[in-house]
Each structure stands twice: as C-alpha cells, then as structure tokens.
Design a binder for this molecule. Structure first.
Ligand code: PEP
Ligand code: MN
Length: 265
C-alpha cells in the first residue's frame, strides 16, 4: 500500500486550504450526528468554528440500524449545510450512502464520508473513486486493517488519491460500557502500512460523551492526523447519537486542552 511519501490531502474550504497528513496540524472535524434544523446546525457551526474546528460534520442521509429511526432530512439538510458553510466558511463533511445522491451531496460537501456500514460497498467505493472530492473512509465495525486498506485501494485504484482513513471503533464483546472498542493501535499500524492520513472518531468509538476527551487526547498523543467529534447544542434532545455528543462548551474545553503541547509525555 505504501506508494511513497505520506499523502497530503489538501482540501480547499472558504476559510482556506486545510491539509490532512503526517507533519501537519491535527485537523478537527466537529458537528452533530444529524443535521436537524437550521438553528441547531448554524449554532453548532459557529461554536465549533470558534473553538478551532476546520470542518463541520453533519448527516443528511443517516445509516440507522432501525428503519423506523430518524433517517436524516436528506436534501433539505444539504441546503442547511450549505447555509452553515456560507455563514462560517467551514468545510463540510457529510455521508454518502447511495451513489444516486452523490452529485447533489458533492455540491455542498468538501469531503465525502463513506460510513462504517458501507466500507465494503465496492460499487459505491468505485463511484467516489471516480470523482474529484476527497473521501473519508470509515472502518467497518468488523473490518480487519487489511480489509479496510483494500477498501481504500478501491478508491485509489479508481483514480482518486485523496483518501483519509477514519477509525471509529470496532465491534468487540463489551457493549455494556462502550458502544464500540476504539482501536488506537490502528494509528501506529496504519502509519507503518500506508501513506494515507489517519483520523480518529472517539464519539462512535466509545458511544459516551464522558469518554470522548480521554480518547481524543490519546489519539493525538498516538499520532492521529485528524479527529472527528460529535457536538450537539442539546445532546439530551438529539435525534441521533445524543449520548456520545459533547455540548459546545465541552467541545471548547477539549479543544483548549488539545492545543497544549504534549510536554508531559
Ligand atoms: C456518523 O459519522 O454519524 C456515522 C454514522 O458513523 P459510522 O459510519 O462510523 O457509524
Ligand atoms: Mn453519529
């Protein structure tokens, strides 16, 4: 997989170019699990921007376990992401579940997210590989590192070199205290095996807001190039993933801690 030097994934945003890759600042992506309404997405965007995030995340199309759970607002959520982008200049990262939606999502998204459940949707991987927007490829919940890297290879082989890998926790035996098991060892392993930038998502990785700061700090200490953190203005009322979402105040506090040099290590 190692095609040479570490990749730099350079993403133009209204606020300027953001570079994902080894040796660059840790890029923080933050926002709600789902785009719920205009006021919440604008408020969240403004707060995470003020705290230092470079990208706003937010799902318009949600891969929910139950078909009866909130599925995302779809196209109207894309319009709200566009409004948040216009207001803050933040880059936008949002999930593509269906290739049929790719074009309209790419009109607003600066990075296309492929979710854990679609990591091995090879036809979708080929489609995002054949278009120019960078791709964030989340690790499947039961995928080996080899399977994950081969999934990335589908995108690269289709002609898109701009792939970022995101570890978001894998399925193990304990679901009592953590939603998933965050595989932080994937950071040095991937560093050895691939040139691609490495993102860690401690929100899905733990499932609980109270555990997110410790895992975010550990990820940075272990050399992650980027973090994805769920933030919601009122987690108790969130339509999805409220339990693992930080409030804007909690996110702000975490960002201040992350800006401290890691001298004590
Ligand atoms: C998400 O980012 O909200 C999401 C659904 O993530 P994953 O695909 O990692 O479960
Ligand atoms: Mn989520």
């Amino acid at each position: 997989y190692r095609h040479g030097e570490p990749s730099e994934v350079v993403v133009p945003t209204p606020n300027g170019e953001v570079i994902f890759g080894e040796g660059h600042d840790v890029v923080v992506v933050a926002g709600p699990c789902s785009v719920e309404n205009e006021s919440m997405i604008i408020e969240t965007a403004q707060r995470v921007k003020a705290a230092g995030a470079k990208f706003l995340r937010g799902g318009a199309y949600k891969p929910r376990t139950s078909p009866y759970a909130f599925q995302g607002h779809g196209e109207s959520a894309l319009d709200l992401l566009a409004a948040a982008k216009a207001k803050t200049g933040l880059g936008i990262i949002t999930e593509v579940m269906d290739a049929a939606d790719l074009e309209k999502i790419a009109e607003v998204a600066d990075v296309l997210q492929i979710g854990a459940r679609n990591m091995q949707n090879f036809s979708l991987l080929k489609r995002v590989g054949a278009q120019p927007k960078p791709v964030l490829l989340k690790r499947g919940m039961s995928a080996t590192i080899e399977e994950w890297l081969m999934a990335a290879e589908y995108i690269l082989a289709a002609g898109n070199p701009n792939v970022i890998l995101c570890e978001r926790g894998i399925r193990t035996f304990d679901r009592e205290y953590t939603r998933n098991t965050l595989d932080l060892a994937a950071i040095p392993v991937l560093r050895k095996l691939t040139h691609l930038p490495i993102m860690i998502d401690p929100s899905h990785g733990t499932g609980w807001a109270e555990f997110v700061p410790a895992m975010a700090k550990a990820a940075v200490a272990a050399g992650a190039d980027a973090l994805m953190i769920e933030v919601h203005p009122n987690p108790a009322k969130a339509l999805s993933d409220g339990a693992q979402s930080l409030t804007p105040d909690q996110f702000d506090e975490l960002m201040q801690v992350l800006q401290r040099p890691l001298v004590s290590l």
